[in-house]
Design a protein around this ligand. Structure first.
Ligand SMILES: Cc1cc2nc3c(=O)[nH]c(=O)nc-3n(C[C@H](O)[C@H](O)[C@H](O)COP(=O)(O)OP(=O)(O)OC[C@H]3O[C@@H](n4cnc5c(N)ncnc54)[C@H](O)[C@@H]3O)c2cc1C
Ligand code: FES
Length: 340
């Protein structure tokens, strides 16, 4: 159960909107990833990190269902919203043909999002397209806790399929970044879970700086806006927090590592979605055995507010499942079964 106030929209947070957004740009940024930027001022104002949007990929009825994508970037001044995505099937093939000036229908922001408030060290773990929510999470993560440190650990298959991390490092120069690739073509050879183990070993043994020294692995754009410099280690709070997004197998391995280190983990899940609105029950994910809803305002779950999965959650005490589109996509890892 979330004890850090990390999950869910704040009370009175705005509901999703249905808008026609202009495509400002749509480009391949690596062999495996595209980035699309929309003009969508209303969405930009409402969006929170790790929320997602339902994208109507064509103007016709085919395909009928919207495709869900994490909100990767938001520029509230310019009124733009960006997504990062991989071409994997029919819908994303159509998306790759979008041209600037076209109009695309978007529904969002959807889901609870991630808003860490009290931490000293935030470690972000991204695998493959799990990098998508991270630029927005990075940009916003220090807003409420400017004295903390943030490290991004990113694992990709190979150099060609990677998100160009130098972009992130230019935008957020205080961010420490480490990369691994499965074939060793960039950063450290191996899986991102290896980076996490190294990082936690260092952080826990030094218990000083949350930004892992990346000298043995790769890049570390350091540090920092200058003003936040030495005060980072004085941040008050429960300590280290991990947020992970990627394939379920990776999330499960990350959970094993953080559980054994007794460190709170939040995971952003991707299940196949039809409606994105809690109607079809298509995006069910099994709750962890022994999970209990705990909501001080609703101790027996009558209101269905779902404790840490609040607001418009459909969860009830007797249910064995969450629904990723409503209760998530972000969950405290101890609440969900990642093995199924
Ligand atoms: C909350 C959420 C956020 C997501 N954010 C991103 C993102 O930021 N960037 C990104 O590239 N992808 C993201 N995804 C996955 C993305 O929605 C799918 O890749 C996309 O819908 C595929 O559409 P398609 O028509 O091209 O694929 P289809 O032709 O429908 O299927 C092609 C392949 O993709 C797989 N697939 C389809 N939908 C999903 C899904 N929801 N999750 C996992 N695999 C799927 C299928 O199993 C199949 O193997 C997200 C999914 C969810 C649920
Ligand atoms: S996608 Fe329909 S309930 Fe979640």
């Amino acid at each position: 159960m979330s004890q850090d106030g990390c999950l869910g929209p704040d009370a009175g947070e705005p509901r999703p909107v249905l808008i026609d957004a202009e495509v400002l740009s749509n480009e391949a940024i690596s062999h495996a990833l595209y980035e699309t930027v929309f003009r969508a001022p209303e969405l930009a104002l409402k969006a929170r990190p790790a929320q997602f949007i339902g994208v109507k990929v064509s103007t016709g009825r085919d395909p009928f269902l919207r495709r869900p994508f994490s909100i990767a970037r938001v520029d509230r001044n310019r009124g733009t919203v960006g997504i990062l995505w991989a071409r994997v099937g029919y819908g994303t093939e159509l998306m790759s043909r979008w041209r600037p000036g076209e109009t695309v229908n978007l529904l969002g922001p959807l889901g609870n999002g991630f808003r860490p408030r009290r931490f000293k060290h935030l470690i972000l773990v991204a695998g493959g397209t799990g990098i998508a929510p991270m630029p927005f999470v990075c940009a916003e993560s220090l807003k409420e806790n400017p004295a903390a440190s943030v490290t991004l650990l990113y694992g990709a298959k190979d150099k060609n399929s990677m998100y160009p991390v130098h972009r992130l490092m230019q935008e957020t120069p205080w961010l420490a970044v480490q990369v691994s690739t499965e074939d060793g073509s960039y950063g450290k050879k191996g899986l991102v879970t290896g980076l996490l183990e190294d990082c936690l070993t260092r952080v826990l043994s030094q218990n000083r700086e949350g930004d892992c020294d990346a000298s043995s692995t790769f890049v570390s754009a350091r540090k920092n806006p200058g003003d936040a410099g030495d005060t980072r280690n004085e941040a008050s709070g429960p300590g280290i927090l991990v947020f992970a997004c990627g394939p379920k197998g990776m999330l499960s391995a990350v959970k094993a590592i953080t559980t054994s280190a007794k460190i709170p983990l939040y995971v952003s899940l991707e299940e196949r979605m039809a409606c994105g609105l809690g109607l079809c029950r298509g995006c069910a994910v099994r709750r962890a055995r022994g999970f209990k809803l705990e909501d001080p305002l609703d101790p027996v779950g009558q209101l269905g507010t779902g404790g840490s999965y609040p607001g418009w959650s459909s969860s009830r005490v007797g249910d064995s499942y969450f629904h990723v589109c409503l209760d998530g996509p972000v969950f405290s890892a101890e609440d969900v079964d990642l093995e199924g």
